[in-house]
Ligand binder design. Structure first.
Ligand code: C2O
Ligand code: CU
Length: 484
C-alpha cells in the first residue's frame, strides 16, 4: 500500500493520478478526447531552428574527468513569448552534455539549489551502487553529492535524470534530464559522422497553458500533446547533402511513446540502441521510441536535391500526442568529405541461453483497487529487497505485461545491467532489438524474455517501469547484487 505520508509526497502529478487513476493511466482514444479538453494552444510549426545542448568542459584531474553541476530553477522561453520556470542542471534543459571516454572515470559533483530533494541517476550506466541515485541517497536542498562513473562499458548514448523516490515524473517533467555520451576506440574507428554532423535529439512530451507557459499535468493527462526537441517545439535543422548521425532519446516524463517516420516513408539506418552500437546497420522506414529508449540513426541527405524538406513525424497520435516532431531542410552541398557507413559496426556477442543459471518472472500490473502499479503484486518499498542476483551469473528474466483490460503499455528498465532480448511472445526479437538494451516496451498482454549477466558491481539497484508516472505509483522494485 502507498502510505498516507507517501501519497502526500507524490506531488501534483501522482496525487492527481490517485484521484482519477483510470483516465490518467489508460492509453485509449477515450482518454485522448478527455485530454483534448485541456490541450495546449496552437503552436506555429517549423519556425525555429534546432538548438543542441552545450557540451560541458571537464576539469582534468589526473586520470579522472571532473564536473561540477548546480541544479537550479531557471526561466526559459519554451514557446515564443512566454517564460516557463524549469528545473535544470546548470541552467540548461535538456541539461548540458557530458562526453566521456570508455576506461576514463568521470566524477560529477551535483549541488542541489532546487526547492526539493534530488537524486541523479545515470541511465544505462554500469556504476557503483552509491552513485546510482537510490532512494535514501537523495541530495537535500542546499546539499551536494559526488557521483562516480567508471565508464567500464562500450560506447553508448546514456543520459542522466532525476530519480527521487515517487517524484521521477514531475521532476523530469520540470526539466531534469541531460545526455551523457560515451565513446570508445571501436566506435571511433568506424568513421561515423562526427562534430556538427553528430546531433542529439531529445524528444519530450509536454503540455502548455494558453499563455504558452509549461503546464503541470492534471488528472486526465496521460501524455503531452506537444513534442519538444532539445527543448523547442517542431524545430528545423538545415542540413548539407551528406550523412548525419542523430542520437534519439525519448526523454518523455508522461507516456509519450513515439512511432517515428521520415518524410513519406524515407529509409534511414539504425546503428545503435540503448546499450551501444549494433553489429550492423539496419535499414528501416520508421521505428518506435518509448520513454527512455535510445536509437542512433544515420540519415543520408546526399540523395536529396537542395530544397528538399523532410519532416520527422510521429504516427502514434491516438494518445493525443502531436504528429509533428521536427523538420530537416536540405539547404547546401556537403562542405567536407564523407564516407558511407560501413557494412559492419562492432561485434555484439550473443549471451547464450544455455549459460543462464537463474530464471525469474515478473508481472507488471495495475492494481485498480489499491490505486497502485505493481510488479509481482507488490508496490515499491525502498526497505524491501525483491531479488538477489549473484555476481557473475547469467539470468533470464521473463517480463509480462498483464494489463490487457484496460490496456496499459509498460516500459521495462533495469539499472546496472544491459540485456539482450531473447524473444517477444515466443517470437525472436527483431533486428532493432538484436543489440544491447536497457529499456523495452512491453505492449498490453505481451511477454518478453531478456538475458543479462551481472558483471562488475555488488549492492542495491532498481528495476522499474519507465513510464515514470507508473514508477511513481509503485511500479518499481529493488535488487541487491551479491557475491557468490
Ligand atoms: Cu531512467 Cu531508473 O531510470
Ligand atoms: Cu508502466
Amino acid at each position: 500500500m502507498i502510505s498516507r505520508r507517501n501519497v502526500l509526497a507524490l506531488g501534483v502529478l501522482s496525487a492527481a493520478a490517485a484521484a482519477a487513476p483510470l483516465e490518467r493511466l489508460v492509453l485509449s482514444p477515450t482518454s485522448a478526447t478527455a485530454n483534448a479538453a485541456t490541450s495546449s494552444p496552437p503552436i506555429p510549426l517549423f519556425d525555429r531552428a534546432l538548438t543542441v545542448p552545450p557540451v560541458l568542459r571537464p576539469r582534468r584531474l589526473g586520470s579522472v574527468d571532473y564536473y561540477d553541476i548546480t541544479m537550479r530553477t531557471t526561466d526559459v522561453e519554451l514557446l515564443p513569448g512566454a517564460t516557463s520556470n524549469l528545473w535544470t542542471y546548470g541552467g540548461e534543459s535538456p541539461g548540458p552534455v557530458i562526453k566521456a571516454v570508455a576506461g576514463r572515470p568521470v566524477i560529477v559533483q551535483q549541488r542541489n539549489q532546487l526547492p526539493e530533494p534530488a537524486a541523479v541517476h545515470l541511465h544505462g550506466g554500469n556504476v557503483p551502487s552509491a552513485s546510482d541515485g537510490l532512494p535514501g541517497d537523495e541530495i537535500q536542498p542546499g546539499g551536494s553529492r559526488r557521483y562516480l562513473y567508471p565508464n567500464r562499458q562500450p560506447a553508448a548514448t546514456l543520459y542522466y535524470h532525476d530519480h527521487v523516490h515517487h517524484l521521477e515524473s514531475p521532476h523530469t517533467y520540470r526539466g531534469l534530464t541531460g545526455l551523457y555520451l560515451l565513446t570508445d576506440r571501436a566506435e571511433q574507428r568506424l568513421c561515423l559522422p562526427t562534430g556538427k554532423y553528430d546531433v542529439p535529439l531529445v524528444l519530450q512530451d509536454r503540455l502548455f497553458n494558453a499563455d504558452g507557459s509549461l503546464r503541470m499535468p492534471g488528472p486526465r493527462d496521460i501524455v503531452g500533446d506537444v513534442t519538444l526537441v532539445n527543448g523547442r517545439p517542431t524545430p528545423v535543422l538545415e542540413v548539407e547533402q551528406r550523412p548525419y548521425r542523430f542520437r534519439l532519446l525519448n526523454g518523455s516524463s508522461l507516456d509519450g511513446i513515439q512511432q517515428l517516420s521520415l518524410g513519406d516513408g524515407e529509409q534511414f539506418q539504425v546503428i545503435a540502441s540503448d546499450g551501444g552500437l549494433l553489429s550492423a546497420p539496419v535499414a528501416v522506414n520508421g521505428l518506435t521510441l518509448s520513454p527512455s529508449e535510445r536509437y542512433e540513426i544515420v540519415i543520408d541527405f546526399s540523395k536529396y536535391p537542395i530544397g528538399t524538406q523532410l519532416e520527422l513525424r510521429n504516427s502514434l497520435v491516438a494518445t493525443g500526442l502531436s504528429p509533428h516532431v521536427m523538420r530537416f531542410d536540405v539547404t547546401q552541398r556537403a562542405t567536407s568529405a564523407f564516407g558511407p557507413v560501413g557494412k559492419r559496426l562492432v561485434p555484439v556477442p550473443r549471451l547464450r541461453e544455455a549459460v543462464a543459471t537463474v530464471r525469474r518472472e515478473f508481472v507488471f500490473q495495475f492494481n485498480q483497487a489499491a490505486t497502485q502499479m505493481e510488479i509481482n503484486g507488490k508496490a515499491f518499498d525502498p526497505n524491501r529487497i525483491d531479488i538477489k542476483p549473484r555476481l557473475g551469473d547469467t539470468e533470464i528474466w521473463t517480463v509480462r505485461n498483464a494489463d490487457q483490460s484496460p490496456p496499459i503499455p509498460h516500459v521495462f528498465h533495469t539499472h546496472l545491467v544491459r540485456f539482450q532480448v531473447l524473444d517477444r511472445d515466443g517470437k525472436p526479437a527483431g533486428p532493432l532489438e538484436a543489440g544491447w538494451k536497457d529499456s523495452i516496451l512491453i505492449n498490453p498482454g505481451e511477454s518478453v524474455r531478456l538475458i543479462m549477466r551481472f558483471g562488475d558491481f555488488t549492492g542495491r539497484y532498481l528495476y522499474h517501469c519507465h513510464l515514470l508516472g507508473h514508477a511513481d505509483l509503485g511500479m518499481m522494485a529493488q535488487m541487491e547484487v551479491v557475491r557468490r
